[in-house]
Design a protein around this ligand. Structure first.
Ligand SMILES: Nc1ncnc2c1ncn2[C@@H]1O[C@H](COP(=O)(O)OP(=O)(O)OP(=O)(O)O)[C@@H](O)[C@H]1O
Length: 322
């Protein structure tokens, strides 16, 4: 089942469109890396998904049920966990860390959590607060006032707040912002653990692409409010993960030979006669094939394409091929 679908979602502020025809699909269990330049519209999309901002058009479908007030789609009734869930029932299944988590600096971490838990009417609030502190690794500092917390600790407390309602989905907007490498790694490990042990679906926007690369199972790329590309981690790896460069004495012959031997692999010839293979190729098999055909190999190397270059190209290219 899809945890989140947006259908033709759009948003305008004062007549200016900032999100247009946005069709995003997040499957249950995904860690969805949401990538885009500053001002591309990531936060706005996330705010519409969690109901903080009202769409100007289109709809948000959570767990198969349309979100109330998010377009013309009919709202099926709440059939419980696993079934379609509409409106406010679906919203309650989403935990959000967007912008500042609104922490009260003079209260302890535990008191901050309790204030929210009581306001939201969470059952057995003290136990739940202890549990989420444990989940984010702050159990030892629950009694300390938040004003003495590092940024990394504050972000983890923000995540604990998002987890209070026991959500199925977490929306995390730039959770690594301002964190040093160690805190970044701790936050990344925490997100992966929440996904793998509790099965929480995560949408995470970030400029820190190498962090996304280590955890995302799926990607969405947004440019100027439009979804320019959505792909699985495997597709991304195939496109930018690595490429094979081969130069032989007879480019045309080698190209024909390899295209025939490996019909599923994309080979192209560069102007200098180098053949480049991308996607799911087997370098050893390619080398063997050339050798068996008696081709004189002048160069044979593999390259790793930089993930940042790849995403920058997508964000700037703007070609829509979802
Ligand atoms: N409340 C608002 N009123 C008017 N314009 C807004 C409002 N919120 C966002 N915008 C505009 O909408 C566009 C998208 O903003 P948004 O914050 O969604 O981008 P973003 O991709 O999250 O950027 P960043 O990475 O900088 O957080 C921007 O041009 C922004 O100025």
């Amino acid at each position: 089942m899809n945890a989140i679908e947006t259908r033709g979602l759009s948003k305008a502020y004062g007549g200016r469109r900032v999100v247009s025809d946005f069709d995003m699909t997040v499957a249950a269990g995904d860690i969805y890396g949401f990538v885009g330049k500053n001002g591309a519209g990531k936060s706005t999309v996330m705010k519409m998904i969690c109901g903080v901002a009202a769409p100007s058009g289109g709809e948000v479908v959570l767990f198969g049920g349309a979100l109330e007030g998010s377009g013309a789609g009919s709202a099926p009734s709440d059939t419980g966990v696993g079934g379609p869930v509409a409106g406010s029932a679906a919203i309650r299944r989403i935990g959000v860390l967007i912008e500042e988590p609104g922490l009260l600096p003079n209260l302890s971490a535990y008191r901050n959590l309790m204030a929210k838990a009581l306001a939201w009417g969470i059952v057995d609030a003290p136990a739940r607060c202890e549990e989420v502190l444990r989940l984010v690794g702050l159990q030892g500092v629950g009694k300390r006032k938040v004003r003495g917390f590092s940024l990394g600790m504050k972000q983890r407390l923000g995540l604990a707040l998002a987890l209070l309602g026991n959500p199925d989905v977490l929306l995390l907007d730039e959770p690594f912002n301002g964190l040093d490498p160690e805190a970044t790694r701790a936050m990344r490990n925490l997100i992966v653990r929440l996904n793998q042990t509790l099965g929480i679906t995560v949408v995470v926007s970030s400029h820190v692409l190498d962090q996304l690369d280590r955890m995302a199972t799926r990607y969405g790329v947004i440019a100027d409010g439009r979804l320019v590309r959505q792909m699985s981690a495997e597709e991304m790896a195939a496109e930018c993960g690595r490429s094979l460069r081969v130069r032989t004495a007879d480019t045309a012959r080698a190209l024909a030979l390899l295209q025939e031997a490996f019909p599923t692999v994309a080979f192209r010839a560069e102007p200098d006669g180098t053949l480049v293979a991308t996607g799911a190729y087997d370098a050893e098999a390619v080398a063997r094939q050339l050798q068996e055909a008696g081709q004189v190999v002048l160069e044979f190397s593999q390259e790793q394409r930089d993930i940042e270059d790849y995403f920058v190209e997508l964000m700037e290219g703007g070609a829509t091929h979802v």
